[in-house]
Design a binder for this molecule. Structure first.
Ligand code: RM4
Ligand code: MN
Length: 385
């Protein structure tokens, strides 16, 4: 039996800077009062999430959304707040030049521009001390015949190789896949198989990111987790929830059972420990709900799914599996999933000197009122800012 309490205490969940900023759908971005105006205020909010949960000590940045003149200064500010800067995310999806793609664009000038941006992201990592570069490309086509599918793979491989060669000894590249959107006919990295093949070709410092919202409905994500872990090619998660497509809702909100099954494969693969090198990030946005409490909820949802996964009795499961007792094996799983783990997590928080109820503690802290009163004027951060 794993040491459930120790594993839960050691768990780490990274929160994304953009989740603290304004966001919306392609129809409308809804502004909320108190939203950060710059990367410093986003980090301050992330630090609050860490203060109440105790398991979110790193913040993922998005370049250029979080561009600053001095990343060393930003890293120092983060440290003052009690957090550190985590994964650096590239952005090649918000420039007119990228209409037909970024690193796979037919025009070598655009490809060079996109690749230069990725290289600049590695410079940022050098300045912040971040070890992970996360790559998600909007690249693809909308119409059959629009561009050559094979040539686009060649262009992708060439760009990835250039960036891979620039990585330092302790840095790595995380390649994310997404089924569709913004491209609707072909996507250049549409699935884990494509991401896996490219990272395999590149080498040890390239791994795959699973964004839970980036699959076709019905996809068995836990199988992908098990497979990539076994191959040593799972680098990170982007957690969020979906009902239909890339909905980016709070992790664990739409399908807590799926999150439990994913976390079980993580526990089974010995990958929960931060030393395993898997980065567990959120990648979501909060369009209609308050942001900080939604992020706290997402963190506690992941903790609950993890606690349940840790409660799966490995001996009872192995025995039932060995005997071919399908119902008994399934019951072991369902018993763990049906356990109310909230008291366990509350007692672990108390043991760590935290409030057992991070949701109530945040509400009572007055932080929401404080930022609404203080963050007046200026331009709120959001997509494109
Ligand atoms: C993409 C992808 C990336 C994220 C951006 C904001 O769909 O999920 O991980 O950085 O959105
Ligand atoms: Mn993502």
């Amino acid at each position: 039996m794993p040491d459930v309490r120790a594993s839960l205490r050691a768990q780490r969940i990274e929160t994304p800077s953009w989740a603290y900023a304004n966001s919306g759908t392609r129809f409308k971005v809804f502004a909320q009062p108190g939203v950060p105006r710059d990367p410093y205020e986003k980090i301050a909010d992330a630090a609050v999430v860490h203060r109440f949960t105790g398991v979110a000590p790193t913040v993922s940045l998005h370049i250029p959304w979080d561009d600053v003149d001095d990343f060393g200064k930003l890293a120092a500010f983060a440290a003052e707040q009690g957090v550190t800067l985590g994964v650096i995310n590239s952005n090649t999806f918000q420039d007119d030049d990228y209409k037909l793609g970024s690193v796979t664009h037919p025009d070598p000038r655009v490809r060079r521009k996109a690749t230069d941006h990725l290289l600049a992201c590695v410079d940022v990592m050098d300045a912040t001390g971040s070890t992970d570069l996360k790559l998600w490309f909007p690249d693809g086509t909308n119409y059959p015949g629009q561009d050559d599918i094979r040539s686009r793979q060649d262009r992708l491989a060439a760009a990835l190789q250039k960036v891979y060669d620039r990585l330092g000894a302790h840095q790595r590249m995380l390649l994310e896949y997404k089924l569709f959107e913004p491209a609707f006919y072909t996507t250049d990295v549409p699935d884990w198989g494509t991401a896996y093949a490219h990272t395999l070709e590149l080498g040890r410092k390239a791994q795959v990111v699973i964004d839970t919202g980036h699959h076709a409905p019905g996809t068995n994500i836990e199988f992908i987790v098990a497979f990539l872990l076994r191959q040593g090619k799972l680098g990170a998660f982007d957690f969020n929830s979906r009902f239909y497509a890339d909905d980016d809702l709070m992790a664990g909100a739409a399908d807590p059972f799926q999150l439990f099954r994913i976390m079980y494969e993580i526990v089974r693969g010995g990958a929960l420990d931060p030393a395993s090198g898997i980065t567990f990030m959120l990648d979501q946005c909060h369009n209609i709900e308050a942001k900080i409490p939604a992020i706290i909820r997402s963190v506690t949802n992941i903790q609950e799914a993890t606690a349940k996964a840790l409660l799966v009795d490995p001996d009872a499961l192995a025995a039932a599996q060995q005997e071919g007792d399908v119902l008994a094996a399934n019951a072991v799983f369902m018993d763990a999933f049906s356990t109310d783990v909230r008291p366990l997590l509350a007692s672990i928080r108390e043991e760590q000197g935290l409030d057992p109820d991070p949701h109530g503690a945040y509400r009572r802290s007055g932080y929401a009122e404080k930022i609404q009163a203080e963050r007046v004027g200026g331009v709120q951060a959001g997509w494109g800012a």
